[in-house]
Design a protein around this ligand. Sequence first.
Ligand SMILES: NC(=O)C1=CN([C@@H]2O[C@H](COP(=O)(O)OP(=O)(O)OC[C@H]3O[C@@H](n4cnc5c(N)ncnc54)[C@H](OP(=O)(O)O)[C@@H]3O)[C@@H](O)[C@H]2O)C=CC1
Ligand SMILES: O=C(O)C1=N[C@H](C(=O)O)C[C@H](O)C1
Length: 267
Amino acid sequence: MSQPVRLAINGATGRMGQALLALEKKDPRFVLAAAVTSPGSRELGQPVHQGDEAPLYSHGWPEEETIDVVVDFSGPAGLAEALTYCESRGVALVTGTTGLDATFAQRLNASAQRIALLRAANFSLGVAVLTRLLRQAAAALPGWDLDIVEAHHNRKEDAPSGTALALGEAAAAARNTTLRESAVYARQGRTGAREHGTIGFAVVRGGDIVGEHEALLMGQGERLELVHRATDRSIFARGALEAAYWLSGRAPGDYDLDAMLADRTSH
Ligand SMILES: NC(=O)C1=CN([C@@H]2O[C@H](COP(=O)(O)OP(=O)(O)OC[C@H]3O[C@@H](n4cnc5c(N)ncnc54)[C@H](OP(=O)(O)O)[C@@H]3O)[C@@H](O)[C@H]2O)C=CC1
Ligand SMILES: O=C(O)C1=N[C@H](C(=O)O)C[C@H](O)C1
């Protein structure tokens, strides 16, 4: 049997970090090499798991550890630090962090020349299928109005969600346009009638909603609704761990979930 993959989790004390730690602990394909969190975290120096040899929560990247792959669900600051580490050591990086600006996206493009990088705004299988269905529907119903509605918990820091934006980009591309040309991010006051060909976004924040995305295609006398509801964060964690296992040891490049799924189906 091959050696287990040496995994580091960035944003380890967060909602996703905890979901990843719970799964990684039961998965013999991995050994946990580092659990990195914010400089001000109350968990710093605490053991990640009770009663075993797992690492302590830390801030800063351990120079002495061998790490094969980092899984990041932190935020822009945490991701920037992880990228610097991964680039300096040639370590593969899976990231699900959303709410990154265009400058950061360019930095990631450049990083993918140096390390194996896999990014996804959503690691659930259901959203991967929803994206395909939306591409098909947006192209087949080119004259229909399209809005994307998303709902998340009250601690989420970015809006619209990374998934909503990725869905919007997929639909825009299927209609030979871009979000830059077609997106409407807010409606308030006397907006006037809807401009033909726009893609609208609406955002709900509240309670403990894990993540819901709905694409509404609205015609005359009928409408099509494509909906995904996540009810358990472990779906994202499972997808990210699969991605980490697949990415570990790969050549530098810009990978996504479609590439992983296509590769796994072909073997
Ligand atoms: N692609 C996908 O499938 C999914 C993506 N996400 C995205 O993942 C990100 C995290 O989400 P979530 O887990 O809910 O957020 P949380 O706020 O619960 O977790 C973020 C974690 O990152 C830590 N952190 C902050 N700064 C740093 C730093 N400099 N270095 C290392 N760690 C740091 C935080 O520590 P502290 O609390 O001490 O500040 C916290 O533990 C978001 O961008 C979210 O949108 C979420 C779910 C699924
Ligand atoms: O912050 C979250 O929770 C989530 N964020 C991702 C996003 O912004 O799309 C994915 C998922 O919906 C949960």
